[in-house]
Design a protein around this ligand. Sequence first.
Ligand code: HEM
Length: 624
Amino acid sequence: MLLPPSPPPPLPPLPPLPSPPAAFRRRLPLPSAAAFLPPNPPLTSSPLPPPLRRRRGRCRRAERRRPRRPAMADPSPPAEPLHGALRVLTAASAVVGAVVVARGVSNLLTMRRWRRTLIVVEGKRKGLPAPGPPPSLFVGNTPALSHAYYRTLYTHVEEPVSVFYVHATPFVVVNDAAAVRTVLSGSGGVFIKPRYFGYRSAAVRAAVDADNALCSATADDGSPVGGGGAATRRVLLNLLDANLPLVCEAVEALLASFPVQAPATTTGGPGTAVVWADGAAAGVDSQPRVTAAVVALNLRLLFDVGTGFPGADNPTAADAAARIGVAGAEFARRMVNPARAVTAPLAGLRYAAAVVGLVRLGRRLVTAVDSLPPAHWVGAWVGAAAPVAKLGKVVGLLMASSQTVPTSVLWLLHLLATHPAVRARIAAEAASVLGGVALADEAPSADAAAAAVAAAAAAGGPRWWRPDGVTTLERLPYTEAVVKEALRLFPPFPLIARVATADTSVGGVAIPARTPVYVLPWLLHRNGAHFRNPHTFDPDRWLPAAGGGARVTGGAPSEWVFAPFGRGPRACAGAAVALTELKVAALAAAVDWRYGVGWAEGGAPDVYPALGVVPAGIQVVRTH
Ligand code: HEM
């Protein structure tokens, strides 16, 4: 058995230390303090400094503990510049800290004020704040919105009106037919485009102000109409009619310009969606190439400037495309996180450089617009505005036309790549309407469609598929349905902004004057209450109903919930241009499909797209 160890015996006491010798114990005489001190300066008549207040508590004790400094000339070396810099840094960080705290407190108070005014005024939740995720005290919902924009917004997709907070500013999202109609129809001037919409430049603000006067434009039947009214739209259709060969040429050149590469692996057979074995080997992101091509086309079509397709070889177009990409992306990010102006200085510099370049190009375009014939659509759209507003309108036109169409072209190619049956139906429709080949079945097999295309090409030559006018394009309902469905699933315009000019209410929520209100096409189109199977690509939903009636709403209860181009008096002025370009792209790709569309590693599309619905990392190649 183990016994506990016994305690050790106590140590014997140490012997006492010998006392020091007497010489050490004697006190040495100290020299007087006067020997170290400089002589006192003569007394002057200046008043004595006020007596110091006695410090209390810890400070006093600390002072008592601190050894007294000998009263002598200051022996410390002269202050180094580093000490000065440190002091400046400390002061600066104190100022920044104070500003941040003050800003936070002011945000908090502003947000509380908004939450008390943006309240439900009808129904069961009457008197409560409008639905929305709880905002955090200092930054609202900014972090969630800037990191997962659509995912965050989707959490309240079923609410007619929901409120998020970008810092302390409400981000009111309207998401049902009646509420969208109230906001986008303008409601007699109650909702207008905000002046800050666009780049915060005087030019864009002046352009927005000038265009808000157009809000009263109505069509022949009295309904509000976008793009400056029905007359302006007719001028645009004439322009498109005259330039349709140019659009076809540009699209063909773009498709032929994709690099030739055999895909590593494909899903669904050759020529369909490509899954790259190695993202790096697959080539480069196709977005810049397509943007440059569309910019080149639009510069020619709208401003009669530049030559050379597909744009990547056109330095003006390639440069403008790069700037539009940078400026557009940063602008959208700042809409949901204005603090980026401070927190992302490098992005801010790139943004500023891009805007400067675009303004320079805008000045050249204003000169070009001035020399266009008076009946030209762009002349009519830009109008006789003041020079500063003219610049804003021209840059706005360039941005609006050149950011959206490329994104849609890429999504369209992606959808065609992943839906071979849809491609076959477009090709068959083209062979029948444009090539004059009789078809037994309107939804033929891929082989039957290929045979029809071959027959049309044998009779009409390589350009047999080119439509001879915009009215011919209207005779292609299936192609139009595919384009509409692509725009429903992937609307490239991220948010349509309005601001209330007076106190009002929308969707049962009180909206005080100056509240910013947004319609988000992606959210509107992905709402299950608006479209059946909202995440499914189903062009048939846009086809005339079996009984012969037109299906203009895609099965939705109202046309106001399909708004890729917005709706009402300020809807997209160039919707006809966009639809023409997209239909031509769909036709050209489908009648002679030889493309692989893949994604850079990690870039495959998610249900919730990136801000701007940009297909990040998409890569298009010609497979032979
Ligand atoms: C797929 C392509 C396009 C889409 C999805 C699109 C979408 C939109 C949207 C949603 C708006 C805002 C409407 C609003 O605030 O209510 C808009 C405005 C505008 N778009 Fe487009 N757009 C496209 C292409 C184009 C093209 C090709 C042009 C020019 C030829 C153009 C010119 C404009 C202009 C000038 C405005 C401002 C209208 C105004 O302020 O009254 N857009 N676009």
